[in-house]
Design a binder for this molecule. Structure first.
Ligand code: AMP
Ligand code: MG
Length: 350
């Protein structure tokens, strides 16, 4: 019998492969890609460099800098630590404003803007509810309705006070959770570091949030990389593939962190209207110009569901989406026109 820790490690490993990229283009012959894998932000991270113009040692230093950047973002944005900037804001909820970096202020304002544009479906103040569900614990439980009712008023993101250099949560036990956007943001910052070092072709993958940098290419206009989308119900299988170039991809799925109770799946993407997992869809993949937007929008569209989610996507310039839902025993798909042209379904041809 695998221990709970083994099972968690196995599921983390699988989470890492939600989206996998395989380059199909000729990368100019040897030398082959340089890959480094590690764990950060509570998940698996991989950095792959193609066509490096540098020596092995110099390339390794570029990768070191990109990992350092990811760890820097983690120390800013994680809510698992009391000393991260977010941790401090949360620890002082209801008592003191906390001085924070300009960078975090920008990321919070950016996140709150997604909240406004989605009428609260995307909500970084959802922390108290996420903690009540505690999906990372060994034995997660359904919180009582009384508990959820008492926590919902603490998730009002209009109460979050973001000033130029400080942030204040006015009610005790309010807490910010950047879990829906921080990995995508870290991907973009790591790509920025690599690009500044002179790397032109690379991929950064943080737990299935992908950033592709490939000189002279753009999102679904390119066929440089093949993205594999995990089948949301058949472990170890793929739903389909599509090809892309420079841009970000993120999938939010109800299979990534969940537990079953009486045949019902309780997962980690919360509808802030009622404090329960959002139910209308089971997986959303977004392709966007950058990984931050892809990450935020995959969660946002998941919460909005089919109808409102697709309307949101159609009104948001420059992105593509694949939305998967259950219809009886089979799966249904909704896609933007760009995705329809690119998506190749593999699951039904098994
Ligand atoms: P993702 O995997 O990017 O879809 O993000 C899911 C994570 O975001 C969860 O594990 C929570 O930490 C957080 N979260 C859950 N529900 C929401 C929501 N409605 N808005 C923003 N963040 C959320
Ligand atoms: Mg997200």
């Amino acid at each position: 019998m695998p221990s709970p820790a083994d099972r968690r490690a196995a599921s983390m490993k699988w989470l890492f492969f939600i989206l996998t990229l395989l380059f199909v283009a000729s990368c100019g012959g040897p030398p082959g890609p340089v890959v480094r894998e590690s764990v950060a932000m509570n998940t698996f991270v991989s950095i792959t460099i193609y066509n490096t113009p540098f020596s092995d040692t110099e390339t390794a230093l570029c990768i070191d800098s990109a990992f350092a950047e990811i760890r820097r973002i983690e120390m800013m944005a994680t809510d698992y630590s009391d000393t991260s900037e977010i941790g401090r804001i949360n620890a002082f909820a209801g008592s003191d404003a906390q001085e924070v970096s300009k960078e975090l202020v920008s990321l919070l304002n950016y996140s709150l803007e997604f909240g406004r544009r989605s009428q609260g479906a995307f909500n970084i103040a959802v922390g108290p509810i996420v903690k009540a569900w505690d999906f990372l614990s060994e034995s997660p439980r359904i919180p009582s309705q009384t508990l959820l009712d008492s926590l919902l008023p603490l998730t009002n993101q209009l109460l979050v006070q973001v000033h130029e250099h400080s942030v204040f949560l006015p009610l005790p036990r309010m807490s910010l959770d950047l879990g829906a956007i921080a990995k995508g943001y870290a991907v973009d910052r790591a790509l920025g570091v690599l690009q500044q070092s002179g790397i032109q072709d690379c991929i950064v993958d943080i737990g299935g949030n992908l950033g592709v940098l490939w000189h002279g290419t753009r999102m679904l206009d390119s066929t440089m990389a093949t993205v594999y989308i995990r089948h949301p119900r058949r472990e170890g299988e793929f739903l389909g593939t599509f090809r892309m170039g420079t841009g970000g991809v993120s999938t939010s799925g109800d299979y990534q962190r969940y537990f079953m109770n009486n045949g019902i799946r309780y997962h980690h993407i919360i509808d802030p209207n009622n404090g329960y997992p959002a139910r209308d869809v089971i997986s959303v993949t977004i392709v966007a110009p950058d990984a931050t937007v892809a990450d935020a929008l995959s969660t946002l569209v998941f919460v909005l569901g089919r109808e409102k989610g697709m309307r949101f996507v159609e009104g948001y310039p420059g992105i593509d989406a694949l939305v998967v839902f259950e219809t009886g025993d089979s799966l249904g798909y909704l896609m933007t026109s760009g995705m329809k042209k690119r998506f190749v379904e593999t699951a039904r041809h098994d």
